[in-house]
Design a protein around this ligand. Structure first.
Ligand SMILES: Cc1ncc(COP(=O)(O)O)c(C=O)c1O
Length: 444
């Protein structure tokens, strides 16, 4: 028990940070204690979570099947609609196969922890490989925590490369003796808003015989001519590509998936405990997701409004003296650096009826705090103007500021996310969220 007393004290459990209780969810307007607010930090980019079509699909699903699936698909829970949805997802991602998981987090945790262990798991059932395989992950340092946790659980060697630094990645690939190499990246970096250079990563994968695993949680439904995500954005196609998407953001529901060559999805279906040993999505949500894919296709005006708003906000922000971490996607983070200033600015904005998330350690490194602005299809010009006006009044908090900074670690001057103090970037990375939180706290 003592270790938990110490730990809970360290976390400040007696005065915990209580997230605000809301009365409704952002569409992007919502209410808190009966007062209206507008969110500039919601993942419901296209408003699909409350679209009449998705709500009708949920109602039909509940009427037909009830509210949940209490079984695994490997046992009694394999309704035909899951397979149909997987085929639809595969088609919409230009892949032959897809596999569904209960959440996006679980998709990364399950797939990344399983791929390097699948041979080992099969061995228990009598499989003998023709040779000895060894695995290594090569992961962008800003990747989402679900990626890092998945890789850690795999037991494979892990190398962290500097954010979007292809030279560094290639050095690590060249040095590696692993027989199976997997490069892993966010498609759109969730706290920085920049886009991974997928074609360049695929070129390196070709040269070094690797696979590329892309987590496109914030790109799915948002990027690309028809919302096909980062792969459509770059018109990239390769059998080396393992595409991961989440269904909780632009698609407004819950769940995650891998779309890839059938070899990958079927190995996961057989060997991944996070697929086989857990209940799957409720059937009504599978019907919602199928409808959400249609909504993204048939209602392009949602994506048009999102991108018009993105461009308008970026243009208006050029009048102010803030640093924007990136301006390529609907995630446009405003750099503050100092945690207290970020909180202060978020609070000041909230007092004007606008919700923005202050992103701070441990989601980003210490002294890298920012306001993560996420543009939305439902914002009106007047909402954006209001936000810009409020930011104008408080811009002293961001001083000294330059207008734009690239999201490169050297230019931002911080030493990399989640990395223990003494761990060299190119070395095998043994971090975990807890370990690094503790290390970073000791440093501060
Ligand atoms: C890059 C990235 N990957 C995965 C996830 C997890 O997705 P979900 O919330 O659907 O489980 C998130 C969620 O924030 C994310 O930003």
């Amino acid at each position: 028990m003592n270790e938990f007393v110490e730990l809970a004290d360290w976390f400040g459990w007696r005065a915990p940070h209580e997230p605000e209780v809301v009365d409704s969810l952002p569409t992007p307007t919502f209410t808190v204690k009966d007062r209206p607010r507008i969110s500039f930090s919601t993942n419901n980019y296209l408003g699909i979570a409350t679209s009449p079509r998705t709500k009708a699909a949920a109602t039909r699903g509940i009427k037909a099947y009830g509210v949940g699936n209490s079984d695994s698909r490997l046992l009694g829970g394999n309704l035909a609609l899951y397979g149909e949805l997987e085929r639809k997802i595969a088609r919409s991602n230009g892949k032959s196969h897809a596999i569904l998981f209960a959440t996006g987090y679980l998709t990364n945790l399950g797939a990344l922890s399983t791929l390097p262990r699948a041979t080992q798991i099969a061995r228990v059932f009598g499989f003998t490989a023709s040779r000895e395989y060894s695995y290594a992950y090569f992961s962008d340092e800003y990747n989402h925590i679900s990626i890092r946790e998945g890789m850690r659980l795999s037991g494979a060697r892990r190398y962290s490369y500097h954010h979007v630094d292809l030279d560094h990645l290639e050095t690590l690939l060249r040095r590696s003796t692993a027989t199976s190499k997997i490069i892993v990246t966010d498609g759109v970096f969730s706290q920085d808003g920049d886009i991974a250079p997928i074609p360049d990563l695929l070129r390196l994968a070709e040269r070094w015989d690797a696979l590329v695993y892309v987590d496109d949680a914030h790109g799915t439904g948002v990027l690309g001519a028809s919302g096909g995500g980062v792969v459509e954005h770059f018109k990239a196609a390769s059998e080396r590509l393992i595409y991961m998407g989440t269904l909780s953001k632009a698609y407004g529901s819950i769940g995650g998936y891998i779309a890839a060559h059938g070899l990958i999805t079927e190995v996961l279906r057989m060997a991944c405990p996070a697929y086989g040993f857990t209940a799957t999505l409720p059937p009504d949500q599978a019907m919602v997701i199928s409808t959400a894919i249609d909504v993204v296709r048939d209602e392009p005006e949602r994506r048009q409004r999102l991108w018009d708003n993105q461009r308008y906000f970026v243009k208006r922000m050029a009048e102010l003296n803030y640093k924007l971490v990136a301006t390529e996607t609907p995630i446009v983070p405003i750099w503050l650096g100092d945690e207290a200033k970020a909180e202060q600015l978020a609070l000041a904005v909230r007092e004007e009826g606008i919700h923005v998330d202050a992103i701070r350690f441990p989601a980003v490194p210490i002294k890298s705090a920012r306001l993560r602005i996420q543009l939305n299809a439902g914002h009106r010009r007047a909402d954006i103007d209001h936000l810009v006006d409020v930011l104008r009044r408080h811009q002293h908090l961001a001083e000294p500021a330059r207008r734009f900074v690239a999201a490169s670690r050297d230019r931002l001057g911080y030493s990399g996310q989640w990395r223990p103090a003494n761990a060299p970037v190119c070395a095998e990375n043994s971090d975990s969220a807890m370990l690094v939180m503790k290390t970073a706290k000791n440093r501060s």
